[in-house]
Structure formats: structure tokens, C-alpha cells
Design a protein around this ligand. Structure first.
Ligand code: PLP
Length: 392
């Protein structure tokens, strides 16, 4: 009988052929760079499909393959590749689908290194781009040129959380022979599956929720079998930014608790967002699952939850007060990234007054928070203390 691919089945069993390795519960880390063949026929046959055979670990490794199967199933995709970082994964998906003379439409203010990929890197290879406000499909349609081959989405983005209507984007792209790729890191496959809306390629910084323990940098690309073959035979094998078997085993372990972790972060964030929205020292809260979010209807239509990441604007008029608020916080770590067990904060005043650099284009009173797995009441006590310091 074919096993049903429920979420819990994917996370705890899918892809794990335990009878091949002594019925060990945890998959072994196959720490081997290459694999031997007994006969020339087997060797030849393996080379006919390097993506699905074990020849050399830059291409396919058994531990990594278990992870690929789980991630493809989680994203409702036919296949998946994993990379040594999220940016390697997204860059591979982008580079694989453009050639000199092409044009890319990309949502404005994407993750910083995607911006650099378009403005500094692909530019050198005669690939042009237009950044658009993706909150309205009309802007995307208006940016289309005869040579547009790719649409890059990030929904929600990871600072102020603007969303794109995924179905409208996919419908427009399909009818114009444009490939769509989305950075789905904010939602994780637990809360959003863009392929269900017709998006072609889903990429992740798996460093965030997918691994979830702040100890592995990993990237994910999920798509059709044909698209995955195409990316495998060009960017993955040529650039070789692979995930090691050891890191793959850590990510498999991290994934076991994906549902528990992301749900916990979401529930705690909802509680803390409700508290912040009532606080007199908060000018604005940005969180897709807040009823006050301008795209709340769209967000709740295409996402099942929002996770632990949100931003606030503090009601203060100086960098000094932002610094005071930040310095009073003791239970949030000052760090980039998100999706691990620990709660984090980025005060945007930290991107002001950096010697030799322009100030951030984002307001100095913006703070991005990530709510990890700690008790939300304990975190709110800390916020209370930081707000109280603003009075003193
Ligand atoms: C939204 C988003 N996409 C992609 C990336 C890149 O992922 P990685 O750091 O795993 O390369 C990041 C990293 O912070 C990110 O925040």
C-alpha cells in the first residue's frame, strides 16, 4: 500500500530506507566523496541519470538525497536540490533561466544579495532588470518587455512583509512564457506552498525555519523534474555549491520538528504583536497576520500562518531613544537571520552612522523582531522594561 504523504509522515519517515542501513532510525551520514561500481554496465547506467544515482557527492549523495525527497514533498514539488546556502539556491534558480539579452522583473527591495545579483552581477552578462512594487499585479504587468524571461518574487519580504498575489503572478507569467521564482523563506513550506498557485520554482534560505537551529547554512530549490534537471546540469554541477552530507543530516534532524517550531513561533508572535499594537510607544506594527496589515486579506488567503518574524516602528524621534530601547532589552539577541530557537532583534538605527557607509534607506526607528521558542510572556516582560526605559 502506498504510504500517504501527510506532513508527519514526510518529516519522520519519507525518503528513509532503513532496511538499507541496519534499520537504524537515524539515517547514516554517508561521508564519501565517491561511489564504486561492480560492473561497467552499472557504471554506464548510473551516468545516464547522474541526478538520481550515486556517482560523486557533488552530484548526489545518499544522505543529501533523503533531505531532497522530504523538501520536495513539503513544497508539493516533483523534485528538489539543496545547496550550500540560500543565496546559492536562489542565484542558481535565477541564472539557470536567463541568457544574455534577457530582462528580469523583480519585486522591489528583495533580499540584499538578490539585489546585488541583478544590479552588479547579471548586469555584466547583459541581463537587464526592473524592480517593481509587487503589491499590485498591474505594476508587474506594466514592467513586461518583449525580452522578459523571469519574474522574481519574495512574498512576504523579510523586513516590511509586502506580499504578491501568487495566483495572479503565475497566471500572468504563464500566459507570457515567463518563468516564476519565489523566495519562500519567510513562510517556510509549513505555511505557504507557492507551487499550489502555479509558481514554477520555490527557493528557500533553509538556514531559517527549515533547519531551525541556527547551526547550518543551507539553500533549497523545489520545482518540476525537468527544471531540477536543468539547474542540476548547469549551476549545481558547474558552480558546485553543495550541501555536505553532515550538514544534510543536521537539516533532516532539524526538519523533524518543523511543525512544532514554526507553529510555536507563530503563536508567540501573534500574542506579542497583539501586545505591541496596543502599546502607546509603538507607531506601527508590520505583521502579515495582523488584521491591521494592509494586505491581511491576501496574506491569509495564500498563507496558513506567518511565523515569528515581524517589525515595529517605535514612536520616538531620535536614534538615541532607539538605542536606549535596544540597550534595555536583555532577552533578544542582536543578530541577523531568523528561524532558530532563539529570539532576535535588529534595530535599524544600527545601520546609521556606520563610518564610510550611507545611512540605511529604512527609518531609524524600525526594529525587526524574530520570536523563537522562548516563553512569550518572558519576552514581553523584557519589552515592557525597554518601553519603561523610554520614560526615564
Ligand atoms: C529573505 C532571505 N532570502 C535569502 C537569504 C539568503 O540565505 P542564506 O543566508 O542561507 O544564503 C536570506 C538570508 O538572510 C534571507 O533573509
Amino acid at each position: 500500500m502506498k504510504k500517504k504523504q501527510t506532513l508527519s509522515h514526510i518529516l519522520t519517515h519519507l525518503g528513509e530506507e532503513r532496511d538499507k542501513y541496519f534499520n537504524a532510525i537515524s539515517p547514516p551520514i554517508i561521508q564519501s566523496s565517491n561511489f564504486a561500481y561492480k560492473t561497467l554496465d552499472e557504471f554506464r547506467s548510473a551516468f545516464s541519470d547522474e541526478l538520481n544515482n550515486h556517482i560523486y557527492t557533488r552530484g548526489n549523495n545518499p544522505t543529501v538525497q533523503i533531505l531532497r525527497k522530504k523538501l520536495a514533498a513539503l513544497e508539493h514539488a516533483e523534485d528538489c536540490l539543496v545547496f550550500g546556502s540560500g543565496i546559492a539556491a536562489i542565484a542558481a534558480a535565477v541564472m539557470s533561466n536567463v541568457k544574455a539579452g534577457d530582462h528580469i522583473i523583480c519585486v522591489e527591495a528583495p533580499y540584499g544579495w538578490i539585489n546585488k545579483l541583478l544590479t552588479k552581477y547579471l548586469h555584466r552578462f547583459d541581463v537587464e532588470h526592473t524592480f517593481v512594487d509587487g503589491t499590485d499585479i498591474k505594476h508587474i504587468i506594466a514592467a513586461k518587455k518583449d525580452n522578459t524571461s523571469l519574474l522574481i518574487l519574495e512574498s512576504p519580504n523579510s523586513i516590511t512583509f509586502e506580499c504578491q498575489d501568487l495566483k495572479a503572478c503565475a497566471d500572468f507569467a504563464k500566459s507570457n512564457n515567463i518563468i516564476t521564482v519565489i523566495d519562500n523563506s519567510y513562510s517556510s513550506p509549513y505555511y505557504q506552498n507557492p507551487i499550489d498557485f502555479g509558481i514554477d520554482i520555490v527557493a528557500h534560505s533553509g538556514t531559517k525555519y527549515i533547519n531551525g537551529h541556527s547551526d547550518v547554512v543551507v539553500g533549497v530549490v523545489c520545482s518540476s523534474k525537468a527544471m531540477i534537471q536543468k539547474i542540476f546540469h548547469s549551476e549545481l554541477m558547474n558552480i558546485g555549491s553543495i550541501l555536505s552530507p553532515n550538514d544534510a543530516s543536521l537539516v533532516i534532524r532539524g526538519l523533524r520538528t518543523l511543525e512544532l517550531r514554526v507553529k510555536r513561533s507563530h503563536e508567540s508572535a501573534m500574542k506579542i504583536v497583539a501586545y505591541l499594537e496596543k502599546h502607546p510607544m509603538v507607531e506601527q506594527v508590520y505583521y502579515p497576520f495582523s488584521k491591521n496589515f494592509p494586505q491581511y486579506e491576501l496574506a491569509t488567503r495564500q498563507m496558513r500562518g506567518a511565523g515569528g518574524l515581524f517589525s515595529i516602528k517605535l514612536k520616538v524621534d531620535s536614534i538615541e531613544l532607539c538605542e536606549k530601547f535596544f540597550h534595555t532589552l536583555e532577552r533578544f539577541l542582536l543578530a541577523v537571520s531568523w528561524g532558530g530557537h532563539e529570539s532576535l532583534v535588529i534595530p535599524f538605527c544600527g545601520f546609521y552612522n556606520i563610518p564610510g557607509q550611507e545611512d540605511s534607506s529604512l527609518p531609524f526607528n524600525l526594529f525587526r523582531f524574530y520570536i523563537g521558542l522562548e516563553d512569550p510572556d518572558w519576552l514581553m516582560e523584557d519589552l515592557d522594561k525597554a518601553f519603561a526605559a523610554l520614560d526615564g
